[in-house]
Write a protein that binds this ligand. Structure first.
Ligand code: FAD
Ligand code: NAD
Length: 474
């Protein structure tokens, strides 16, 4: 007889481990199966996000920002530092320590909440049985009333630029360079390309980013993307739009790239190449042939609005299903599914999931872009406010960018907020709350915001929707 649980979660990324903890909190006997192996060869909980994604990339972004500021921002404050250097061993080591702290922390949370962890590859069989294959090949089977699939995603590989993780690397490789590459090529000016491209540029790499699409950051609002593009140019990121890579050849210690744009074929040689052209749902070996769980045309597990797969007791969450591939989206789905399983009223609203890109300046948004509103024929009003007119931003010497608010032309309900500038990763939260409560720009305009803070840009943008911003012409 296989050991029986109320809930088995396959995958311990931010979707899976959160689902497991919430299920256990609700009194359900819960197991979590994960196969991720950390840099030390041991099981590492936390999935992509904690091991090779959100957390390590933010650690490196912060370290590289400190270094960059010494030469580029401190002199304005009258502070000069001679001979600043980066010790890459310490730089990467600090990141590794943070990763270990957080991945280890999940093990402790599992213990505290009585979640039983299993190390190995989980495969869903018929009748909610899960076969686990350990690293040594040993197999065991457990079963549950409910199984939550949270197998996450992996980088998309280009057939003509396959990862060797020495010269042509994915996100994991670009978090662990042992030297600052003199010339770094990046394929894809998406979130990973911009964040990790920024890290290495700030440390002195000559960074060339090839983006296939003619528009920069087309997922963001066009006005925000335009400002960001200009700022990344000032940082020295050489972003080539409409540039399609056709060949990447490792020659000795270099990678020779060929790409095509509207002017024809070009060649560029780099020391390292980061390929960051998106991620795909990871379901390899996850499902036995007869489970009845379906995949869509992009390989994602098909679920309904309650993350149910349509197979009795089988649910799926996180990067492996539709919706944005973001840690917090997966975590909230995990909480909601655990609550639905326990007979409670789970809640997840994909329309208000915030996006943040942790570059300098930061980019953040929630809700619809102006283009989406136009395309959908929704009447809207726009309010904007520049950080150049925000006292706190000027005092910080970070008076770059703006807040842009879109509200319904008749009801004034906030439909989208888009920002580029200092601290916008935190400012977006206020707008998400307002949108979740179906608030109007008038609501935000009438709320007291502390002075002097960056949040005044949100307040003024809300006032500007109705052409009554105080600190700019309307
Ligand atoms: P994952 O985190 O991918 O976890 C899935 C886990 O399941 C993995 O441990 C995997 O080994 C395991 N697994 C898969 N199949 C099986 C199986 N059959 N058996 C056992 N285990 C299995 N998002 C943000 O919101 N903010 C950020 O700042 C951010 N930064 C990022 C930076 C980078 C460089 C990258 C690559 C991603 C970043 N993301 C960020 C995205 C974020 O990491 C993902 O959205 C998130 O990790 C998805 O969570 P998940 O639990 O669905 O999947
Ligand atoms: P992405 O979808 O953000 O960007 C990929 C980019 O590559 C796009 O601009 C696309 O047009 C371009 N592209 C695709 N094929 C190409 C080709 N052949 N040549 C040149 N360009 C090409 O994907 P990503 O940067 O790999 O990141 C994957 C996902 O991980 C993100 O979409 C996001 O969901 C998540 N992530 C989030 C954060 C964050 O929240 N701060 C950070 C990193 C990653």
């Amino acid at each position: 007889m296989s050991e029986k649980f109320d809930v088995i979660v396959i995958g311990a990324g931010p979707a899976g481990y959160v689902a497991a903890i919430r299920a256990a909190q609700l009194g359900l006997k819960t197991a979590c199966v994960d196969a991720f192996v950390g840099k030390d060869g041991k099981q590492a909980l936390g999935g992509t996000c904690l091991n090779v994604g959100c957390i390590p990339s933010k650690a490196l972004l912060d370290s590289s920002k400190q270094f960059y500021n010494i030469a580029h921002n401190l002199p304005v404050h009258g502070i000069t530092v001679e001979g600043a250097k980066v010790d890459l061993g310490t730089f990467i080591g600090r990141k590794d320590k943070i990763v270990k702290q957080f991945t280890g922390g999940i093990g402790q949370l599992f213990k505290a909440n009585k979640v039983t962890p299993f190390f190995g590859k989980g495969k869903l069989l018929k009748n909610n049985e899960v076969e686990i294959t350990g690293n040594d090949g040993a197999k065991q089977t457990i079963s549950a009333t409910n199984v939550i699939l949270a197998s996450g995603s992996v980088p998309i590989e280009l057939p003509f630029a396959k990862f060797d993780n020495k010269f042509i690397v994915d996100n994991a490789g670009a978090l662990d360079f042992t030297d600052v590459p003199k010339r770094l090529g990046v394929i894809g000016a998406g979130v990973i390309g911009l964040e990790l491209g920024s890290v290495w540029k700030r440390l002195g790499s000559d960074v060339t980013v090839l983006e296939a699409l003619p528009d920069f950051l087309s997922v963001a609002d066009a006005d925000i993307a335009k400002i960001a593009f200009k700022e990344f140019g000032k940082l020295g990121l050489n972003i080539k739009l409409g540039a399609k890579l056709t060949k990447a050849e490792i020659k000795g210690n270099e990678v020779a790239l060929t790409y095509e744009d509207k002017d024809g074929a070009h060649e560029v040689t780099v020391d390292k190449l980061l390929v960051a052209v998106g991620r795909r749902a990871y379901t390899d070996g996850l499902l036995a042939a007869d489970t009845g769980v379906k995949l869509d045309e992009r390989g994602r597990i098909v679920v309904d609005e309650h993350n149910h797969t349509g197979v009795n007791g089988v649910w799926a969450i996180g990067d492996a299903v539709r919706g944005p591939m973001l840690a917090h989206k997966g975590s909230e789905e995990g909480v909601a599914v655990a609550e639905w399983i326990a007979g409670k009223a789970g809640h997840i609203n994909l329309d208000t999931v915030p996006w943040v890109i942790y570059t300098e300046p930061e980019i953040a948004w929630a809700g619809k872009t102006e283009k989406q509103l136009k395309d959908e024929g929704i009447p809207y009003k726009v309010g904007t406010f520049p950080f150049a007119a925000i006292g706190r931003a000027v005092a910080m010497n970070e008076a770059i960018g703006q807040v842009k608010m879109l509200a319904h032309a008749e009801t004034d309900r906030i439909l989208g907020v888009h920002m580029v500038g200092p601290g916008v990763s935190e400012l977006i939260a206020e707008c998400v709350v307002a949108m979740e409560f179906k608030g109007s720009s008038e609501d935000l305009a009438r709320i007291v915001h502390a002075h002097p803070t960056l949040s005044e840009a949100v307040h003024e943008a809300a006032l500007s929707v109705d052409k009554r911003a105080i600190h700019k012409g309307n």
